[in-house]
Design a protein around this ligand. Structure first.
Ligand code: ZN
Length: 377
């Protein structure tokens, strides 16, 4: 077991985007309950601090003032048509009462995670309701209103720290990429389903950054039907060497679980076996780690992924403390344990997915590796 912070608030978990909206903050509560059931929440070195809302002025390192003003108005129930130009009041980012306060608290939780790991109180922190990587400085999109990760990255970079952002959510982190595209203080690495088949339709390998930031934006777009093996192959060949060469002080990771085979919004075929390995490897090479929940639209599978992620971060083995306690087999069996069966893609789809990985590896060996001085794995 290591020291780690589980960042959770009822106010975050209870926030409701609406019945028809796929984004369900309640996943955080389900994860807390599942972590409790598996004996993962209490132990030496494990803390569960209650986050506070971030000071609104802190947001200005990332967001534009006029957007913040509009978001605040929407949040208090005022809405007018020009707000649509800021992405507010759309189907994906509805004009929700209280959304500004919700986003301040979510960003506060991410900032608290950074403070705890950089202050040496814990080695790793997990903000379950965080990782809103699609929010832009001047507009909302993709279920994201305030970019908690972007605010934290900007604040750390301003303090002279080297920060790496690793994103394994199925969607490309377009808001983060946009904000740090010219920046060589922040290394952004994103593995995601290709923009040819998935929102936000960006994140191609040729988007390498610009000016001083050239080479510091690394996209690894995976094809539909990519499975655990494909993802791990790309990750292992590219991510550890780049991180080793960049030598960050802090890693912020967006560990969305929408890569799962059952996710209703995406077209990948990962299981939580592969997901767990990805998170474990991120833990292994990160000197300090703040992980953010991100996406995941199969609530049941996302909950299990995040429980396993917390087990990896806190270096614990999940043990079912309820099995046998209530009706024995029936209860334990009904819940089905934590692990997915191994599922592999086969045939031409697998060959295409693997060929894409080999192509991306050669591309980044040629374009990103020399800039960072990374050595091939
Ligand atoms: Zn996503």
């Amino acid at each position: 077991m290591t020291s780690a912070a589980f960042l959770f608030s009822d106010k975050l978990a209870n926030f409701d985007y609406g019945d028809d909206h796929p984004f369900k903050p309640i996943r955080a509560r389900n994860t807390k309950e599942q972590c409790t059931r598996y004996g993962l929440l209490y132990g030496p070195g494990l803390i569960r601090p209650e986050p506070d809302p971030v000071e609104p002025s802190t947001l200005e390192s990332f967001h534009r003032q006029n957007y913040l003003k509009a978001l605040k108005e929407v949040s208090s129930g005022r809405f007018d048509l020009p707000m649509l130009e800021r992405g507010l009041g759309t189907e994906e980012c509805p004009a929700l009462p209280g959304v500004f306060e919700f986003s301040l608290l979510s960003t506060g939780a991410t900032m608290l995670g950074v403070e705890l790991v950089m202050g040496g109180q814990v080695g790793r922190a997990f903000n379950l309701v965080g990782g809103f990587h699609h929010a832009y400085p001047d507009h909302a999109e993709g279920f994201c209103y305030l970019n908690d990760a972007g605010v934290a990255l900007a604040a750390q970079a301003a303090q002279g720290r080297r920060v790496a952002f690793i994103d394994i959510d199925a969607h490309h982190c377009n808001g983060i990429q946009h904000a740090f595209y010219e920046d060589d203080r922040v290394l952004v690495i994103s593995l995601h389903e290709s923009g040819k088949t998935l929102y936000p339709w960006s994140g191609f390998e040729t988007e390498l950054g610009t000016g001083r930031g050239t080479g510091f934006n690394v996209n690894i777009p995976m094809l539909e039907n990519s499975d655990d093996e494909v993802y791990l192959s790309a990750f292992r060949q590219l991510v550890p060497p780049l991180i080793e060469a960049f030598a960050p002080d802090l890693v912020i990771a967006e560990i969305g679980a929408d890569t799962m085979i059952s996710d209703p919004l995406t077209h990948l075929r990962l299981t939580n076996n592969g997901y767990f390995k990805l998170v474990k490897e991120i833990c292994a090479f990160s000197p300090h780690l703040v992980a953010l929940g991100g996406g995941g639209y199969d609530v049941f599978r996302t909950t299990r992924c995040w429980t396993l992620a917390w087990a990896a971060m806190s270096e614990q083995e999940p043990e079912d403390t309820y099995a046998g306690a209530v009706g024995g087999m029936m209860f334990g069996g009904e819940m089905g344990g934590l692990w997915d069966p191994q599922i592999r893609t086969a045939g031409p789809a697998k060959e295409r997915a693997m060929a894409q990985v080999e192509r991306l590896v050669s591309f980044h060996h040629e374009h990103s590796f020399p800039v960072l001085g990374a050595r091939k794995a």
